[in-house]
Ligand binder design. Structure first.
Ligand SMILES: [Zn+2]
Length: 162
């Protein structure tokens, strides 16, 4: 009995160390640690610049909204409860914007990045389906679509008044 417990623990340790080292080596070589920490902080940070741009535009247009409502699938970046609409502001790289020059996949550690980004794409699709099933309309704004403010305002208007 005790032996079985020990062997299980040993197996777990092997798995854990494999996972940790695999993760470390696969992320490490493309970017410098500094650059990587900037990238990672953008992933986790909720107040990215494109998102702020969208919030500012909506605010100027007179809309009231809430942020990151965790009771909704995918914790949408911007929620307009009155309109039953949500807006996601997606980074082109991390969410795999199709045919976008900002969404180029790194040439090294392709398997790691493909798994990561394809996983995000699948999750995003699932989130949109679930929101739709709950009666929420979603707009996905890509980072590259937030640079032109005039076009952004038009898209927001179209989504919220359509
Ligand atoms: Zn893009």
């Amino acid at each position: 009995m005790l032996f079985r417990l020990y062997s299980r623990l040993a197996l777990l340790t092997v798995f854990a160390s494999y996972f940790v080292s695999a993760k470390r080596t696969s992320v490490a070589d493309k970017f410098t640690p500094k650059k990587r920490s900037i990238i990672m902080s953008r992933v986790k940070g909720q107040d990215t610049r494109p998102e702020k741009t969208v919030r500012t535009a909506l605010h100027k247009m007179g809309y009231r909204f809430r942020l990151h409502r965790s009771d909704l699938p995918g914790k949408p970046d911007i929620v307009l409860p009155k309109y039953r609409r949500v807006i996601f502001v997606h980074g082109c790289f991390w969410h795999g914007h199709a045919r976008c020059k900002r969404a180029g996949r790194p040439a090294t550690n392709t398997a790691f990045w493909n798994q990561k980004i394809d996983g995000n794409i699948r999750r995003d699709r699932r989130v949109l389906r679930n929101l739709k099933a709950m009666g929420w309309a979603s707009l996905v704004l890509w980072q590259c679509q937030t640079a032109d403010n005039e076009r952004l305002v038009l898209r927001l208007e179209h989504f919220l008044q359509g």
